[in-house]
Ligand binder design. Structure first.
Ligand code: MG
Ligand code: MG
Ligand code: MG
Length: 301
């Protein structure tokens, strides 16, 4: 049995792609099961309802198991005992992380906007049928990761995949589908500061220290106006409790590609020069991977 596992704090891609990669392995005649390392978010919930697919089982221990990783290659983003697992496959669209393997593995790492774009191409290459639920999962993951094509991570391969998947998923009005997806993506009503920080938090090892950078995608920055103090307090708490060099949170208005960065920790002083009256705005910044994190790395180096 191969366990297919996406990253911690699962986003829609890491859930959808785990489910789709599992179907790919089954189509190859293998036994496989999709698992998740945490609770699904509201957008993913919306997608699973559209696709009429059950969420993967929770699983955060993979020692001694055969695994495929989807949507990451960093040990910090995997189950804590990932080093004791037998990694047989990787499908990802991020920079190469620090996982290593004992045996040769099958790795598909493409510089595209979404893991599901790679999986779609694998299904085609291997001539496997793409069912409507699988098409719905893939098109949703691609539109989520590329924020409806607006992200600089979006490539022609992602757009081509969406065009074909829309037909297979039976989506006639793509714009309406994107709009519904983005509404679910930016729905933060009732979430606490800690839940918001945790929602899409990623750990980055840097210069022998640990940093975390979260991101909240919003329809307008006003959605979090009343929570700034509480969000900053939560970032400070994480630094204190986990010995982080920095905890940062990107508040991103996905309609204008404008990000406000909140940050706490020992290394904060390095960012002060970029703030005005304590507010650090990043214009034209939608993607943590392509814009937010590279900029931060440059400033912190
Ligand atoms: Mg992801
Ligand atoms: Mg992804
Ligand atoms: Mg993401």
């Amino acid at each position: 049995m191969i366990l297919v596992v996406g990253h911690k704090n699962p986003d829609s891609d890491s859930i959808c792609s785990a489910l789709v990669a599992t179907e790919l392995l089954k189509a190859r005649g293998l036994e496989a099961k999709a698992v998740r390392q945490g609770d699904i978010n509201r957008e993913t919930q919306f997608i699973l309802e559209q696709a009429q697919v059950e969420q993967p089982e929770f699983c955060n221990s993979v020692a001694g198991q055969d695994v495929w990783l989807v949507d990451y290659t960093d040990l910090a983003q995997g189950p804590d005992d990932l080093e004791q697992a037998n990694i047989l496959g990787i499908v990802d669209h991020h920079r190469l992380g620090d996982v290593t393997t004992v045996n040769p593995l099958e790795a598909w790492i493409w510089p595209v906007g979404c893991t599901s774009t790679i999986l779609f191409n694998l299904f085609k290459m291997e001539n496997h049928e793409i069912t409507k639920p699988m098409a719905t999962l893939m098109i949703s993951a691609i539109l989520s990761d590329t924020v409806g094509f607006a992200s600089p991570t979006c490539t022609d391969k992602d757009k081509a995949a969406v065009a074909e998947l829309a037909v297979l998923a039976g989506i006639d009005d793509l714009d309406a589908f994107i709009k519904a997806l983005l509404i679910a993506k930016t729905d933060i009503e009732g979430l606490s500061a800690a839940q918001l920080v945790e929602k899409d938090l990623k750990a980055y090892p840097f210069n022998d220290r640990q940093l975390v950078v979260g991101q909240i995608e919003l329809a307008t920055l006003e959605q979090v106006d009343s929570m700034i103090d509480a969000l900053e307090a939560d970032l400070q708490r994480r630094c204190d409790e986990e010995g982080l060099a920095m905890a940062a949170l990107m508040l991103t208005d996905i309609t204008t590609s404008t990000t406000r960065l909140l940050f706490k920790g020992e290394w904060s002083a390095k960012l002060d020069a970029h703030s005005e009256a304590g507010v650090l705005m990043m214009e034209n910044t939608l993607s943590r991977k392509k814009q937010g994190w590279p900029w931060l790395q440059g400033v912190l180096a």
